[in-house]
Write a protein that binds this ligand. Structure first.
Ligand code: C5P
Length: 233
């Protein structure tokens, strides 16, 4: 029995007015709040202070640009530092290094996206000419050399990464309870499998947000699937 909640809720495709009642209820669960399109819609300086009231924020920007541009983006986050930001590993060592440098003083974790969990082996071969696991290990080593705090990877690679990089924070999207609609995700697993393989955090979006009661769904996953009992249950 543990009291740490490893769920990161992806607040995708919603306006602030739609997100607000959800995060207000989720506040008691301690879920981390992951945002991408909402940051673009609302703006960093507007959204980050108001969302941070409801929990730790993961700014899933997936930065991938020349180092100078990524440095500018990361510097903008310092006004209200999120818990973590994401950058693409394929942006290279120097790009990851500047992100770490810009955010070091405020404690925001730099998490390196390896191969998206929506990319199947065939697509991975097309883009990188490698199997997903090989490409993930290459990018993980680049992330380590650049001084990143952790990785975003699929459940399929997480045990090997946990063994090779014991200090990394490992965040795993593409998570579905058995029987739930996978949508566009290809390399998926259940919450329990990902945690047992060594994930520190699991990302769940549509399954939680499309539930009749998102808080009940979070509590069900924690209790019934992960054996985690929060104080508020
Ligand atoms: O709705 P669903 O649970 O599929 O949402 C997963 C979230 O995780 C999305 O916000 C997606 O952008 C993000 N993500 C991912 N694969 C990665 C990195 C992030 O699916 N490698």
């Amino acid at each position: 029995m543990s009291i740490k909640n490893p769920i990161i809720v992806a607040l995708d495709g919603m306006s602030w007015d739609q997100v607000l009642p959800v995060v207000d209820k989720l506040r008691t669960t301690g879920c981390i709040l992951k945002v991408n399109d909402l940051l673009f819609r609302e703006g960093f300086r507007n959204l980050l202070p108001k969302l941070s009231v409801y929990g730790r924020v993961m700014a899933d920007l997936k930065c991938h640009d020349i180092p100078n541009t990524v440095a500018n983006t990361c510097r903008n986050l310092r006004a209200c530092p999120p818990w973590a930001v994401t950058v693409h590993g394929s942006g290279g060592k120097e790009m990851i290094e500047v992100a770490c440098k810009e955010l070091q003083s405020v404690g925001t974790k730099v998490l390196v996206v390896t191969v998206l969990s929506s990319i199947d082996p065939k697509t991975c071969e097309e883009i990188y000419h490698r199997k997903p696991a090989e490409q993930v290990m290459e990018l993980a080593q680049i992330a380590k050399n650049a001084g990143a705090d952790g990785l975003v990877c699929s459940s399929e690679e997480v045990s090997e990464l946990r063994g090779r990089f014991p200090k990394f924070t490992l965040v795993v999207p593409g998570i579905r309870s058995s029987g739930a609609d996978p949508g566009d995700q290809k390399r998926i697993s259940t919450p329990k499998v990902a945690i047992n393989r060594g994930a520190d955090y699991i990302v769940m979006g549509r399954q939680i947000l499309s539930a009749k009661d998102p808080v009940e769904e979070v509590n069900r996953i924690l209790k019934n699937e992960l054996g985690i009992y929060l104080n508020n249950m």
